[in-house]
Design a binder for this molecule. Structure first.
Ligand code: HEC
Ligand code: HEC
Ligand code: HEC
Ligand code: HEC
Ligand code: HEC
Length: 288
């Protein structure tokens, strides 16, 4: 009986199996890359907004604070996008005839919000909260980049899980004084530009960063009032409240000097009561 499949078709079958395998792998790799590509994550892309609103102009140019428009960023999970009324505070007087601003005037007249396209948008199954990050000393610029230099808004970071985890595994490298969260130009301390921090009435057990006071001005050298505070024996961290040998000033603070992000980050880690990397990377933190 003649063989139905001869030797050559056998080789063909093998070859096509290998080929199929290769195609599957290639497809997998492509999909994976696609999933991480800016095309999917929209990282770096400028959306087609109803109005070409410029953060550069309004923040750097006019000196407006982030909170002027994103009013809930410190208090709630959402930073919030400002209502048209906020724009009209000024644009009822400035640039009142500009074509660019017609959608703003129309929106104000009709009461319909401007259809801003979201630049950052996490999937619904991810829990995110602005207030906790901001109140634990993560600056806007750490996650959003130099917004004050963006003529049009874009996403500086991917917002993918790996990006969140990278910080949650080692938050110390990104912690700054809470007084500096809006500072777009904040830089980690160095030996030529140190940061001094003091701890005031720390309420034990309460996860608040309020009790940490930091300054970029040398507290020893800035006027009689501060200079008369009891200054530390090197390395001391705690407020000298119970120290009777110190001055009789009511709020005598002990400042500690930091000359690197590593030192500052670890100090803040303790005083902000940041959880351990193990806690912060457990799935329930972000997937509830
Ligand atoms: C005058 C009001 C105003 C000020 C001040 C302002 N913003 Fe905005 N912001 C807006 C508006 C309007 C949008 C929505 C349009 C857009 O995406 O450009 C926006 C969008 C954003 C977004 C993207 C939101 C999204 O869709 O994902 C971020 C991030 C942001 N702002 C951060 C900041 C930061 C940081 C500051 C301070 C440095 C700041 N903003 C100051 C009005 C303002
Ligand atoms: C504190 C006042 C103030 C607020 C609030 C404000 N603007 Fe403006 N805006 C200005 C001024 C001033 C200019 C003109 C800037 C220039 O040309 O020097 C301007 C310019 C603009 C322009 C022209 C393009 C540009 O950036 O130069 C657009 C568009 C605009 N604003 C949109 C908005 C929108 C949308 C909002 C609300 C989210 C808003 N503005 C809120 C003061 C304001
Ligand atoms: C730890 C990183 C992180 C920090 C710090 C941070 N943001 Fe965001 N921001 C995000 C993420 C993630 C989103 C997308 C949230 C979503 O899709 O639910 C976002 C969204 C926004 C939006 C869009 C509206 C909203 O609430 O979803 C604005 C506006 C904004 N951020 C402003 C700010 C400002 C202003 C600051 C500083 C005070 C800041 N952000 C600090 C990560 C951060
Ligand atoms: C630059 C650092 C940084 C980045 C990036 C970051 N986080 Fe965080 N996150 C922190 C810090 C610091 C805390 C506070 C931890 C603490 O207090 O123990 C925190 C806390 C949280 C919490 C706990 C909130 C609570 O109430 O228990 C959640 C949820 C969270 N982050 C989600 C996210 C998600 C989702 C992303 C990415 C989209 C993200 N974070 C990106 C630093 C970061
Ligand atoms: C710090 C916050 C955070 C933690 C902790 C975290 N995730 Fe995620 N996870 C995210 C974010 C943000 C996304 C959305 C990514 C995107 O949009 O591409 C995500 C997406 C996912 C997805 C969807 C598929 C994907 O990769 O996009 C799965 C599955 C997932 N996470 C599982 C887990 C598991 C399992 C754990 C615990 C080991 C975990 N996550 C811990 C933030 C977190």
């Amino acid at each position: 009986m003649a063989q139905i499949f001869d030797r050559s078709s056998n080789a063909l079958a093998r070859a096509s199996l290998v080929l199929t395998g290769l195609i599957v792998i290639a497809l997998g790799v492509t999909l994976d890359q696609l999933q991480r590509s800016p095309w999917v994550t929209r990282q770096g892309q400028r959306a087609e907004q109803p109005v070409p609103f410029s953060h550069k102009h309004h923040v750097q140019g006019l000196g407006l604070q982030c909170q002027y428009c994103h009013v809930t960023v410190e208090k709630s999970s959402y930073a919030g996008i400002p209502p048209t009324k906020t724009c009209m505070n000024c644009h009822a007087q400035i640039w009142t005839n500009a074509d660019l601003l017609k959608p703003v005037r129309d929106s104000y007249a009709t009461g319909e919000s401007l259809p801003w396209i979201r630049v950052h948008d996490l999937p619904d199954y991810v829990y995110f909260n602005h207030s906790i990050h901001v109140n634990k000393g993560i600056g806007c610029a750490t996650c959003h980049g130099r917004v004050d230099q963006m003529p049009l808004m874009y996403a500086q970071n991917t917002l993918q899980m790996e990006w969140c985890l990278d910080c949650h595994r080692n938050p110390a490298k990104n912690l700054r004084p809470t007084s500096e969260i809006y500072n777009m130009a904040w830089k980690a301390p160095t030996s030529t530009k140190p940061v001094w921090c003091a701890v005031t009435d720390e309420k034990t057990g309460v996860p608040t960063a309020d009790s940490v006071n930091c300054t970029t001005q040398d507290p020893a050298g800035s006027g009689p009032e501060l200079a008369s505070l009891s200054l530390p024996a090197a390395g001391a961290v705690h407020a000298a409240v119970s120290d009777t040998s110190a001055t009789m000033l009511p709020a005598s603070l002990t400042y500690k000097k930091f000359t690197s992000q590593d030192e500052l980050g670890h100090f803040l880690l303790v005083h902000y009561k940041i959880r351990t990397p193990k806690d912060l990377t457990s799935c329930e933190v972000c997937h509830r």
